[in-house]
Ligand binder design. Structure first.
Ligand SMILES: [Fe+2]
Length: 159
């Protein structure tokens, strides 16, 4: 099987990475929001955890954006574009969920992002045989599912 990707294929793959980048960016902003605005008995744990997660996402975002560039497209880089491309939803302006709901929302976001990335990774693998890009995406899925599990475990006992 021919494993050299044409530039047309690379363009199509890069297009598929854009919504992932957008979702990662929305989640990044939401984690910053929660890092700043969390209150309650678990303030310190969550304040630190959210920071750890957005720092990790900042690196993931960079890798996806640079993969898009490597495949010849410009990476989305405006808030407008991110919001248009994203599946995940921002918090409503002026709405600050309590500490438990913050964790629940982050768990849901990580899970739906992980599912979406798996689906796109699978498409890239089966339609273009681009194992390199697909495996990078599968690694993200594994990591995000783990974050979801870890955070979910925190609230299962009612905190
Ligand atoms: Fe801070």
């Amino acid at each position: 099987m021919e494993l050299i990707l044409t530039s047309v294929s690379k363009t199509k793959i890069a297009e598929m990475l854009k919504p992932i980048l957008a979702d990662q960016f929305v989640l990044y902003i939401k984690l910053r929001n929660y890092h700043w605005n969390v209150t309650g008995s678990h303030f310190l744990t969550l304040h630190k955890k959210f920071e750890e997660l957005y720092n990790e996402l900042a690196e993931d975002i960079d890798n996806v954006a640079e993969r898009i560039r490597t495949y010849g497209l410009y990476a989305p880089g405006t808030m407008q574009e991110f919001l248009r491309l994203a599946n995940l939803k921002e918090e409503e302006e002026g709405e600050y969920p309590n500490q438990f709901d913050m964790v629940k929302r982050i768990v849901n976001d990580y899970n739906s992002l992980a599912d979406r990335i798996r689906e796109i990774g699978n498409k890239i693998q089966t339609e273009y045989s681009d194992e390199v890009t697909a495996s990078g995406l599968y690694n993200l899925t594994e990591k995000y599912e783990k974050h979801a599990w870890l955070l979910k475990s925190m609230i299962e006992e009612g905190f």
